[in-house]
Design a protein around this ligand. Structure first.
Ligand code: GTP
Ligand code: MG
Length: 562
């Protein structure tokens, strides 16, 4: 057997005492389990655990000095007769008309304080409560002090209300004495519907074969052995099996002794609850059977998701625009000044996407969500949307793989829960990413300055030459400009300025292209990181949250198993 139950100490505690603190810790673990799985698992699966937590809390708060024992069995088995015989009073009517007992009767040994609250909770009407405390008894009944004995209706009743009442009461009492008789001890109902169901409560279970006086003495051992065999098959090995005869005071001595021991031990309530915890843990075991570490989104699916997110967010388009904008702006800053103006007439590729980088008034570190998304990044194509859907689904399926079905489903729906918010979140993330395009590199200014210098030189040379021609045209004495070698300086300035300007522009071009590619890669890195963060927040984190809950639930159930 795998899972927690497989490792769980089997329920039979025998004479072992149940420590109240340990029991409370186990119940606390069940409560933690319920907290961890809240909203993740179908409520119907959790009903027993909720019931247990509530019932156990109440039972432990009520009298621990009392032990509530129920006599349960088929109609006519002699429950009321045993009840009366133990009480030595005719408290619960015994009849020939079946069924006789319709509602539970209670008899309390010792003072009623505490027992009354217990009986209020159990739901025994005050008029069906009796007290076995009589001065006439002297100390005869002292050994049973603390016993609250219940005579239940028949569980195989033709009256449906009886069955409901029995089922309700069986969930509340501390110990059950199953009363069977020689005719019906092998009936299927008692074994399949009741005894077998109680196998985790075998240390708070007693079986009596009543009406033993009706069997020929030689038959009794055979019937008892047969019943023992059936009980073993029900998983009730080692459960005490006694023969009783309600009609004969000596026929209940053994049962009385067993009850006296139970009352003295004051363990039945704790053992019953411990059995309940075992039951609940066993019922939930399959819900936390797998190792939590076996599941998780996995790096590959996360990478796939990031690729799809980048596609849907238009990262390639923005990266293209960054590269083009870098070239555009660099050419504007470093190009030949005389044609720079023309360039400025062309729109900036980044501004065309309404992507100036982070808003000027955004504080550094302020979350991207605070920015109003207003980009004109092209909407994802149908193919990109489909790819994103597939990637999210792949991650959703992968993250919960190997977990028990309800958890796999919970992980998967958590991963997909915010899919509708993704487009806006991606847009905001792209809009909020610093694309690294705000600062003008220093080298642009150096080259730009040089270009201006060369242009000024060329213009000065041109002016100088023009002045020379003008003077000559007016017949005034010509200027005698200095010469560089044989070439006059104004000519050197003009031509040199023009040629050097062109040369600088030509040399700058490959550098600009290289730097533009670098700017693109940087922007791409930042965008991918921003988009990845969206994926983490909107897809991976919700799935991991459920996985963490699974881990907590698993640990809690493990602790509850004791
Ligand atoms: N001989 C003999 N008769 C018994 C014994 N116990 C009960 N009876 C008789 O069996 C019949 C049914 O007994 P009850 O005590 O009313 O049985 P019950 O289990 O309370 O039945 P319901 O209340 O209908 O569920 C009565 O006639 C009893 O006198 C017994 O130990 N020996
Ligand atoms: Mg009865």
């Amino acid at each position: 057997m795998t899972g927690i139950v497989g490792r769980m100490r089997e329920a039979f505690r025998g004479d072992q005492r149940v420590d109240a603190d340990a029991l409370v810790a186990r119940l606390e673990a069940v409560r933690r389990f319920l907290g961890a799985v809240d909203g993740q698992l179908p409520d119907t699966r959790l009903v027993p655990a909720h019931t247990l937590v509530e019932r156990a809390g109440t039972r432990l708060a009520l009298s621990r000095d009392h032990t509530v024992v129920a006599l349960a069995g088929a109609t006519g088995s002699g429950k009321s007769s045993l009840f009366n015989a133990l009480a030595r009073l005719e408290l619960s009517p015994v009849g020939v008309r079946r069924p006789t007992t319709g509602v539970a009767h209670a008899c309390v040994w010792g003072p009623l304080d505490g027992a009354n609250q217990l009986l209020d909770w159990i739901g025994v009407l005050p008029r069906h409560r009796f007290v076995r405390e009589s001065v006439l008894d002297g100390d005869d009944e002292r050994d049973l002090h603390g016993l609250v004995l219940l005579d239940l209706p028949d569980f195989d009743s033709v009256q449906w209300s009886h069955r409901l009442e029995v089922d309700r009461l069986l969930g509340l009492v501390d110990l059950v004495v199953w009363v069977v008789d020689p005719q019906k001890y092998a009936d299927r109902v008692i074994h399949t519907s009741y005894l077998r169901e109680f196998h985790r409560h075998r240390d708070v279970t007693l079986v009596v074969l009543n009406q033993a006086d009706r069997l020929p003495p030689a038959e009794l051992p055979r019937v008892l052995a047969d019943l023992r065999r059936l009980l073993d098959a029900d998983g009730l090995e080692r459960v005490p099996l006694l023969a009783t005869a309600a009609v004969d005071p000596s026929g209940i001595v053994e049962l009385r002794g067993a009850l006296e021991r139970t009352v003295a031990e004051r363990q039945a309530a704790l053992r019953r609850l411990a059995g309940d915890v075992d039951d609940v843990v066993a019922g939930l075991d399959e819900l936390v059977a797998a190792e939590a570490s076996a599941a998780g989104p996995g790096t590959e699916t996360v990478a796939g998701l990031n690729r799809a997110l980048a596609g849907a967010a238009g990262v390639p388009a923005v990266a293209d625009a960054v590269e083009a904008a870098y070239r555009h702006r660099a050419a504007g800053a470093t190009g030949w000044p005389l044609v720079r103006g023309l360039r400025r007439l062309r729109p900036d590729p980044l501004r065309r996407l309404h992507l100036p980088g982070p808003a000027a008034d955004a504080e550094p570190g302020e979350p991207a969500e605070s920015l109003v998304a207003a980009t004109s990044v092209p909407d994802p194509t149908a193919a990109q949307r489909a790819a994103l859907g597939l990637a999210v689904r792949a991650l959703a399926d992968r993250a919960g793989a190997g977990l028990p079905a309800p958890w796999a489903g919970a992980v998967s729906s958590a991963a997909r829960s915010r899919m509708g918010d993704l487009p806006d979140a991606l847009d905001r993330a792209v809009a909020g990413t610093d694309l690294g395009m705000d600062r003008r590199p220093a080298w642009w200014r150096v080259v730009g300055g040089l270009q201006w210098l060369l242009t000024v030189a060329a213009v000065a040379g041109l002016g100088w030459l023009a002045l020379g021609y003008a003077l000559r045209a007016l017949g005034l004495p010509p200027l005698e400009p200095p010469r560089v070698g044989v070439v006059p300086l104004p000519t050197v300035l003009l031509l040199g300025g023009l040629l050097a300007g062109l040369l600088v522009a030509t040399l700058a071009r490959p550098v600009v292209r290289w730097a533009a590619r670098r700017a693109r890669r940087r922007a791409e890195r930042r965008l991918v990181a921003a988009v990845g963060a969206v994926g983490r927040e909107y897809v991976v984190a919700p799935a991991e949250d459920v996985l963490a809950r699974y881990g907590r639930a698993r640990q809690a159930l493990h602790d509850a198993a004791g």
